[in-house]
Design a protein around this ligand. Structure first.
Ligand SMILES: [Zn+2]
Length: 221
């Protein structure tokens, strides 16, 4: 009896590992209604976002000028919190699908951001890199439907930009991913406004989507 249970248990374990590996090997930016060219670009963006987040985790330390510039805080306490959040963002992006919908399949909300819009996850806007109650960040994230809608104007953007203030597809997806995973808001847009916000109000800068996007963009290699 013990023997059978052990085999059964091992089978479940192997099944879980294979299942996880399959998810990791797939593009977790799950693309709906986009052309092969768009899909190719989204795949590049997913890879670069993971690399940039990973690069940030490796390089930031207390006194970091980029953390000070975009979040108004370079203290050891914040750096440690930030590293934990960035690490968990990478884990969620590797495991959990984020649906990217092309502009043809839904009615564009005229009130929404010009290029793209994050759709509220199933359990609402919350910081999915933090545990809630007795559920871990991963358990929380696996229950969510994460979705980003791209608007027609998306196609007018360059993929990346060397000019920091110029909108580009990488920056837009990083902005929307911050809405989905760390529950950022839209307090202000653009580099000048975001730098000023970091100086004047660090707490708001830490919850503003564009501040996160510019911070992440800095770590593209
Ligand atoms: Zn936004």
């Amino acid at each position: 009896m013990f023997f059978i249970n052990t085999i059964h248990y091992q089978r479940i374990q192997v099944y879980n590992i294979i299942n996880t590996l399959e998810k990791v090997n797939k593009m977790t930016f799950y693309i709906v209604g986009l052309t092969p060219h768009d899909q190719f670009e989204i795949q590049i963006i997913q890879k670069e976002i993971i690399n940039a987040l990973d690069n940030a985790v490796t390089n930031i330390k207390a006194g970091d000028h980029n953390c000070k510039k975009w979040f108004g805080d370079d203290s050891k306490l914040w750096i440690n919190q930030l590293k934990r959040k960035l690490n968990r963002m990478v884990s969620i992006i590797l495991i959990q699908p984020i649906e990217i919908h092309g502009p043809l399949l839904y009615q564009q909300n005229q009130q929404s951001n010009l290029y793209a819009q994050a759709v509220q996850p199933s359990d609402g806007w919350q910081d999915y890199t933090s545990p809630t109650g007795n559920r871990s960040p991963l358990e929380n994230s696996l229950k969510q439907l994460y979705r980003i809608n791209l608007h027609q104007e998306w196609h007018t953007m360059p993929l990346f930009s060397d000019v920091p203030n110029l909108d580009n597809k990488f920056l837009i997806i990083a902005h929307e991913v911050s809405h989905l995973l760390v529950s950022t808001e839209d307090i202000c847009y653009g580099t000048a406004g975001c730098c000023a916000l970091a100086i004047l109000d660090s707490i708001s800068a830490k919850s503003n989507a564009d501040n996160w996007a510019y911070f992440i963009q800095y770590y593209i290699k």
